[in-house]
Design a binder for this molecule. Structure first.
Ligand code: XLS
Ligand code: NI
Ligand code: NI
Length: 443
């Protein structure tokens, strides 16, 4: 657990170190399930999750929405000078993160410090803040899970960055990625993320999809080559999302991205950073997306949040659904964990959650949901007959003709002969309700 770091000023007054107090605790500012040193399935909870705080939602997100302005007025966002303001924000961020006691954080370039329209000036600003962050990381022990560049907010990116029909815009994206990679490397960042919010189209009528996707692949290769040349050994992650802000996004879902990485020879360097609310926008459960990634061996990292059952957009709420997360943790444990990444809270408190305490409650709730779900999932896998039921469902492929089929030894005529010989198959239950009840029993 890190020691609390404050700058000249204490921003989260009245809050001390958040501690593990156990399931019986009534303290809303304590972890009830997340005992970071508890060993589950051979690893501490701290190592399983590598929890990260997202800079953008927690320290920049001011509650504004398309219908109204800021409702969260931050004390650290008051100074006129961009660099001074950014340092105040970083003081607040490290104070919050050390009080919360989570081991990692994540950022976009423009979360750390506001950008101007001058590339050199932006690089200088970011470098100043990187030096400042370096001290804070060393003093607190908090590490950078991943860095990224925001290639979707500035108006120049309205038609995309790497997939922009105008090459000139693409070069501005490249300048930002170079600086963000340099920052990530300087801070010992373990991974680097590409989320292509506007890498897609609003209308197919004005879009050469094939050319845009080729540009995206070329852009990723170029960025990867640069980072490797600078000695970066971490993972690159692609974060799939089907739409929003564009109507259609090229990195639609896990399966689509896997096909893209394969086609353009990017597997090996690139893995997936999956986000819960993006999965649901794509019409999938999150467990589905995790399983697809795990099957391809590229379950890299995850952005934890949840959508709203009734609203069809990326509401980015903090995760609280035990049942859903338990199923996901069953996939995670069976996949052998995340490949280099962690669990980043890409989630925001609601517009009307305006107390400083709300940011603590939100993270504590998310952390405890994951901890409890992982413990439950491990119990299900260790103590129940879940794995046996699953295995038995495929037993007909374990020996005899079924096995020969798996080994590619049977022809279509062989299969026909077997069907005739064996007659009509018996009816075999899928036992879905039994398994659903099993999860609830172990929660
Ligand atoms: C937006 C994305 C974004 C990425 C990082 O929907 O989740 O926050 O995680 O650019
Ligand atoms: Ni995300
Ligand atoms: Ni998102």
């Amino acid at each position: 657990m890190a020691t609390i770091l404050t700058g000249d000023k204490e921003y989260f007054k009245g809050f001390g170190q958040i501690k593990y107090e156990g399931p019986e605790s009534d303290n809303p500012l304590a972890f009830r399930w997340y005992d970071e040193n508890r060993v589950v399935a051979g690893k501490t909870l701290k190592d399983h999750f590598k929890f990260a705080v997202a800079y953008w939602h927690s320290f920049n997100g001011n509650g504004s929405d398309p219908f109204g302005g800021a409702t969260h007025v931050f004390e650290w966002d008051q100074k006129a000078d961009a660099v001074e303001r950014a340092k105040d924000k970083m003081d607040a961020a490290f104070e919050f993160m050390t009080k919360l006691g989570l081991p990692y954080y994540c950022f976009h370039d423009v979360d750390v410090v506001d950008y101007s329209d001058d590339i050199n000036e932006n690089d200088r600003r970011l470098q100043t803040l990187v030096a400042y962050a370096k001290e804070k990381q060393a003093a607190s022990g908090i590490k950078l899970l991943w860095g990224t560049a925001n290639l979707f907010s500035h108006k120049r990116y309205m038609n995309g960055a790497a997939t922009n029909p105008d090459f000139h815009v693409l070069t501005h994206g490249a300048a930002q990625v170079k600086a963000a990679l340099d920052a990530t490397i300087a801070l010992g960042g373990e991974n680097y993320v590409f989320w292509g919010g506007r890498e897609g189209y609003m209308s197919l009528l004005n879009t050469n999809m094939k050319r845009e996707q080729e540009h995206l692949a070329k852009f990723l290769h170029t960025a990867k080559d640069y980072a490797r040349k600078q000695g970066f050994t971490g993972n690159f992650f692609i974060e799939p999302k089907p739409c929003e802000p564009t109507k259609h996004q090229y990195d639609y879902d896990a399966a689509t991205v896997i096909g893209f990485l394969q086609k353009y020879d990017l597997l090996g360097d690139f893995k997936l950073n999956l986000e819960v609310n993006h999965a649901t926008l794509a019409g999938h459960t999150f467990a589905h997306e995790m399983q697809v990634a795990a099957n391809a061996g590229i379950l890299g990292s995850m952005d934890a949040n949840r959508g709203d059952e009734q609203n069809g957009w990326d509401t980015d709420q903090f995760p609280t659904n035990l049942n859903e997360v338990t199923e996901c943790m069953m996939v995670l444990l069976q996949a052998g964990g995340l490949q280099g990444g962690g669990i980043n809270f890409d989630a925001k408190v609601r517009r009307n959650s305006t107390d400083p305490a709300d940011l603590f409650y939100a993270h504590i709730g998310g952390v405890d949901t994951f901890a409890r779900a992982l413990i439950t999932a491990d119990n299900i896998l260790q103590k129940s007959d879940y794995l046996k039921v699953l295995e038995e469902r495929y037993a007909s492929y374990d020996s005899g003709k079924g096995k020969e089929f798996e080994e590619g030894k049977l022809t279509l005529e062989d299969l026909r002969a077997y069907a005739i010989e064996q007659g009509e198959p018996a009816t075999i239950s899928g036992k879905q309700e039994y398994l659903e009840n099993l999860i609830n029993r172990y929660i």
